[in-house]
Design a binder for this molecule. Structure first.
Ligand code: NDP
Length: 342
């Protein structure tokens, strides 16, 4: 089987790519430049015979994906993980909103018009399209399910702070995608996967901690290299998933027929930065001077913090989530290695 993957050079996309290759699939990665494609070929050098690169310079342009979706041999599944998720160099909120929304719609349309062999499109969404970030605590605590949608408006997204624009980019991209499916009734089905903060060791190469993806970079700043006495909250996100488990869910979403046209919250469990700091301090002596102490063994979550019901993804896709201790230890080994070789 042959699949098309967007975002394969990023943090999450490279784990999807790794698991696809390890499972024997042939994968074509759509990236913005040949340079980014060459880097994927280097990072996955031993599996190069299963890999191809196609260049899509601007996912916002009309017909952006027209050629990329026409593979030879044809594609069976399309994974879409490309979307802006870094606050570096952002000048305008539309830099989040446009690529997320137009990129999604351009891809769905291209598959409808030009890729009759594709049976399923699997999209990396986010809990950002589910959670109301203006209501992080309540009594009793809110437990989110696949029925919930972030109530943020376009006005807030376009003119609020950039984090609102990022979250709304995921919300509006997902809403538009489901609208497209309803109105256009294409020949394929759609699966949307909504992960929370996603942590884990890197599968793509980076040369310095400064090049870390957004979620691991925040973790680094708060827990690995902080002058603050107490662990700061990873506000407003109170749940996490390990990137390897998320990638495993993506592969299951491809093969389980019942996943078609379903939305999944892909969350392991709640976490607070205190939990992460406790794990780091107990296992990594070299971090004791720069990992906040806080109040070991206590919860740093605010009272009434929301949580997420992950029973649907467990039931339908049968994935067991790693423990926070395993995830954090593996992230630490990976990030400290990068720091040592900088
Ligand atoms: P990365 O920044 O590591 O990867 C982002 C990917 O999207 C890269 O391949 C990047 O390519 C591509 N991309 C970004 N902007 C554009 C654009 N304007 N046009 C074309 N491609 C673009 O982030 P993650 O791997 O963490 O994120 C991947 C997806 O997962 C995103 O959709 C994100 O919203 C979602 N997500 C991430 C979470 C996390 O905690 N990490 C949590 C929930 C969802 P390039 O190198 O060319 O910029």
């Amino acid at each position: 089987r042959r699949v098309l993957l967007t975002g394969g050079n990023g943090f999450i996309g490279s784990h999807i790519l790794a698991q696809l290759l390890d499972s024997g699939f042939s994968v074509c990665c759509a990236v913005r430049t040949q340079e980014k494609g060459d880097k994927i070929l280097r990072d996955f050098a031993v599996q190069q015979d299963q890999l191809a690169i196609t260049i899509v310079p601007n996912i916002v342009a009309p017909e952006a994906y027209r050629d990329a979706v026409q593979g030879t041999p044809p594609f069976d599944t399309v994974f879409h993980a490309a979307s802006p998720f870094t606050y570096r160099d952002v000048q305008n909120n539309l830099e989040f909103l446009e690529p997320a929304i137009k990129g999604m719609l351009n891809l769905l349309k291209a598959v409808k018009d030009n890729a009759p062999s594709v049976k399923r499109v699997i999209w990396t969404g986010s809990c950002a399209s589910v959670i109301d970030y203006d209501q992080l605590t309540s009594d009793p605590p809110k437990i989110y399910t696949e029925e919930d949608w972030n109530p943020i408006t376009w006005e807030e997204a376009a003119h609020g702070d950039p984090s609102k624009a990022y979250r709304a980019s995921k919300l509006f991209a997902e809403r538009e995608a489901w609208n497209f499916m309803k109105e256009e009734k294409p020949h394929y089905d759609l699966v949307t996967l909504c992960p929370p903060a996603t942590f884990g060791p890197l599968r793509h190469s980076i040369s310095s901690i400064g090049d870390l993806n957004e979620s691991n970079s925040r973790l680094w700043k708060l827990c690995f290299d902080s002058t603050k006495d107490a662990p700061m909250p990873y506000i407003p996100v109170h749940t996490y998933v390990d990137v390897r488990d998320l990638a495993a869910v993506q592969l299951k979403a491809m093969t389980v027929p019942e996943a078609g046209n379903q939305r999944f919250l892909v969350c392991a469990q709640q976490f607070g930065c205190q939990d992460i700091c406790d794990i780091l301090r107990s296992r990594f002596a070299e971090l004791s001077d720069r990992t906040p102490l806080g109040k070991p063994g206590t919860s740093s979550l605010p009272p009434g913090a929301y949580s997420v019901d992950n029973s649907k993804v467990k039931r339908l896709l049968g994935v067991e989530f790693r423990t926070l201790a395993e995830t954090v230890a593996d992230v630490a080994c990976c990030l400290l290695d990068i720091e040592h070789t900088e």
